[in-house]
Ligand binder design. Structure first.
Ligand SMILES: *Cc1c(COP(=O)(O)O)cnc(C)c1O
Length: 373
């Protein structure tokens, strides 16, 4: 039986057609008509007026912080439960990440904790330069109170929607809540360009500045003129063509991942100690990954025993993200709480959720979980 991966790339079927068109036109790289169209289509989908296609989601995070002039001496607060890219980008700018605990409903940044701590920081005159809210596993953070807490203190909000393209919160698309937002088209995300990302902006000047920095900060001149340090972060026309083909298939993928989650939850929901991450009020999750926690005191098998058993049967499952405040590289950074994120890391499991999975594939995972050795 073929190996089941957590979230492998899924071909939509029309990639070759758009790629062939890109090749035939002679526009391979660097930019070109597919890049412009991909930016317009993603911007429209996410309801953000400006979009800049980039080489990765990490590059998009880096530039989001750069256009806000985040630098040494600045703090940027973000969720401790996230992928390292979120925190790494803060460090690229020489700024200091501060890690905030999760809330139970979405596993994302705790809005009440954020509000209280921002209030306290304002009182002490030590507000962060920006907050990065992360939308994990296909579901938005509770973005309304998060945005309100930021607005109250004039702190800029960046939304890391790398894992949530296609989700909505209060009917609005993931990626439309930040002053700046980012998406990823890495191979494991819901749509992929093999590698790529996008910066979304509400203000034209932010997008223009990001575009400038992403193209080596080249000044408009016949010769090569540079007034500041730039980056080589743009997406190629070829990869944008793949992205356009993938984007047309997004709705089907969301439905598919939701159905996979439903099948798991129906088949495993009665297992003692198991609790699935489900939609909180006002959320529509893509269920990019189906996740659950396994309470070791109640469950027959521990989380790690289940991951090992699945591995023996050629099925990839993983613990949820290891929180940043527990990572050796960020040990010196301040954490605001972190107990819940630590418990989610201890008990949480991510199950194979790729949009090409059949219901028989899901059943294979279910069988392996239910029927011990
Ligand atoms: C994947 C991911 C990123 C980084 O995206 P890349 O395109 O891989 O650089 C950032 N944040 C989160 C939460 C992610 O899951």
């Amino acid at each position: 039986m073929p190996r089941l991966y957590l979230s492998p790339p899924d071909l939509a079927g029309n990639e070759l057609e758009l790629l062939a068109e890109a090749l035939a036109s002679g526009w391979i790289a660097p930019l070109g008509p597919h890049v412009d169209a991909f930016e317009a289509e993603v911007g429209a989908r996410v309801a953000m007026p400006y979009a800049v296609a980039l080489s990765s989601g990490t590059a998009a995070l880096h530039l989001a912080l750069k256009v806000l002039d985040v630098g040494p001496g600045d703090e940027v607060w973000t969720a401790t439960l996230t992928f390292a890219a979120t925190a790494n980008a803060v460090c690229y700018c020489g700024a200091t990440p501060v890690f905030v605990d999760s809330e139970r409903a979405t596993w994302n940044l705790d809005p009440a904790l954020l509000r209280d701590q921002l209030d306290a920081a304002a009182h002490a005159g030590k507000l962060p330069k920006a907050v990065i809210a992360v939308d994990l596993y296909g579901q938005c953070a509770d973005l309304e109170p998060i945005a309100e807490a930021c607005r109250r203190h004039g702190v800029v909000l960046i939304e890391d929607a790398a894992e949530a393209l296609g989700a909505t919160y209060r009917g609005r698309p993931a990626g439309s809540f930040g002053d700046l937002s980012i998406l990823s088209f890495n191979g494991n995300k819901i749509i992929t360009t093999s590698g790529g990302g996008m910066l979304l902006a509400r203000v034209r000047a932010h997008a223009e500045r990001a575009r400038h920095l992403a193209t080596q900060a080249r000044e408009p001149a016949p010769h090569y003129e540079h007034r500041e340090v730039g980056y080589n972060y743009r997406l190629s026309n070829m990869l944008a063509a793949i992205g356009r083909a993938q984007l047309r298939d997004l709705d089907r993928r969301v439905e598919k991942r939701r159905a996979i989650h439903d099948q798991y939850a129906r088949a495993l929901g009665d297992l003692p100690g198991w609790s699935f991450l489900t939609e909180a009020p006002h959320q529509r999750s893509t269920y990019w990954l189906t996740c659950a926690t396994i309470d070791a005191a109640k469950a027959r098998d521990t989380r790690d025993a289940i991951i090992r058993r699945l591995a023996d049967r050629d099925i990839e499952a993983r613990p949820v993200w290891k929180p940043m405040h527990l990572q050796p590289v960020f040990q010196h950074c301040r954490a605001i709480g972190g107990e819940l994120a630590s418990a989610l890391f201890r008990d949480g499991i991510c199950l194979p959720s790729g949009s090409q999975m059949t219901s028989a594939d899901v059943e294979r995972v279910v069988e392996a979980i239910r029927n011990g050795p």
